[in-house]
Design a protein around this ligand. Structure first.
Ligand code: KG4
Ligand code: ZN
Length: 372
């Protein structure tokens, strides 16, 4: 069965074809240059761009794969959380395809899909601890299977990627600044006392990054030589750093920010691993020991985050699954992959499938499973 994946939840328009857990073809158009002019994603522009490019991407994908719409068995679409207007573009397209063919529709939780992305290339040993850190979300999950997710903790305010992007903005680095901060960070060692690791002094598995944002703003205000005098155009690279900037100081600052965020993610992930181990040792029923650690989302492309989670997994004797950067950020391959897993479990949606905006939980509202 050919599974089409459609992703339009934020600022990437993407389609992909998956069969038997393997990626056959994909097409992706990023709007990053358009939004970078505004220092963040403008929802109205995002929806219009999705509407403009989605049909052409779909045609290109089908041509590449040598398939016609009637060859599709399942149409999987990201149904949220995301920007409502953007999601609706993907949903309408998916529903149109299902109406015009015999394909079945399945709505996919964008966050679950992120964590399944690496399984296009390697098996995830379950149960897995999933660390999902992106521009809009920072969630810790227990994955018991490709369709069995339990939310363990999440950010109470900003996402980890938002902390990177807002810090970049404070430095006048162009949006989205995470990758630039990471590139600059590689030029120095972190100063572990420069920035706070937020919200660790508690006993939960949630995150809060807004305090870090404030600390960054105060530090930059007190050290204006770290900041570019005006925001450069998109396509800026660390080589283009103007001479007025204290490059060395900026590199130390970026390395320290990388460290603060990576170590915060590591600490909460370790707490989740330790608790599951404790439950297993006491012979308690339910959520026992983990068999692997999976990272996903744009922030999982960060060098410090990858190093911190690799160290943690090694310490606990677990395999660590770190998708390559193209599978960390938004893509449709992960949507098709997650949709295929749902379809195999007999989970589909009707044409009344609804989009779920950011901030609202994605409901478990599949059609009743038909006995085989
Ligand atoms: O998963 P994603 O593509 O989109 C969302 O669903 O949000 O994540 C985008 C986020 C942005 O905040 C971006 O700055 C961040 O991922 N990001 C990084 C890196 N690459 C992307 N943050 C830190 N280091 C990186 N190397
Ligand atoms: Zn995403």
């Amino acid at each position: 069965v050919f599974v089409l994946g459609i992703e339009t939840s934020c600022d990437e328009t993407a389609v992909a074809l998956v069969r038997d857990g393997r990626l056959l073809a994909q097409e992706l158009a990023t709007q990053v240059d358009v939004h970078s002019l505004f220092g963040g994603v403008v929802p109205e522009i995002a929806s219009r761009e999705h509407l403009r490019v989605l049909p052409a991407l779909f045609s290109a994908l089908m041509d590449k794969a040598g398939l016609a719409p009637r060859d599709l068995g399942v149409v999987a679409v990201a149904r949220g959380p995301g920007l409502l207007g953007s999601l609706l573009v993907g949903l309408s397209f998916a529903k149109g395809l299902c109406l015009g063919t015999d394909a079945r529709l399945v709505g996919v939780n964008h966050l679950h899909a992120h964590l399944l992305a690496p399984s296009l290339e390697e098996d995830i040993p379950f149960p897995a601890l999933g660390v999902l850190a992106s521009g809009g979300h920072t969630h810790l999950y227990r994955l018991d299977s490709a369709t069995g997710f339990t939310l363990l903790g999440r950010t109470l305010d900003d996402a980890a990627g938002e902390a990177f992007d807002k810090s970049a903005k404070a430095l006048n680095l162009p949006y989205p600044g995470g990758a630039l901060i990471d590139a600059l960070a590689r030029e120095a060692e972190p100063d572990q006392h420069l920035l706070p690791r937020p919200y660790l002094d508690n006993d939960n598995l949630d995150f809060s990054f807004s305090g870090l944002k404030t600390a960054v703003a105060q530090h930059v205000a007190a050290h204006p030589q770290l900041r570019l005098s005006r925001m450069p155009e998109a396509g800026f690279s660390p080589e283009d750093l103007p001479p007025e900037v204290d490059r060395r100081g900026l590199a130390v600052f970026c390395a320290s920010l990388n460290w603060a965020i990576a170590d915060t993610l590591r600490t909460k992930a370790e707490r989740a691993l330790t608790r599951a181990m404790g439950r297993a040792e006491k012979g308690e029923a339910g959520q026992g020991r983990y068999a692997s650690l999976v990272a996903a989302g744009g922030v999982a492309a960060n060098s410090a985050v990858r190093a911190a989670l690799s160290d943690l997994a090694r310490k606990h004797g677990l395999p660590v699954i770190l998708p390559r950067p193209a599978l960390c950020t938004d893509n449709a391959a992960m949507i098709a992959r997650a949709g295929e897993a749902l379809a195999r479990a007999g989970l589909f949606h009707g044409l009344d499938l609804e989009a779920v905006p950011r901030g609202r939980a994605v409901p478990w509202d599949f059609l009743p499973v038909q006995p085989a």
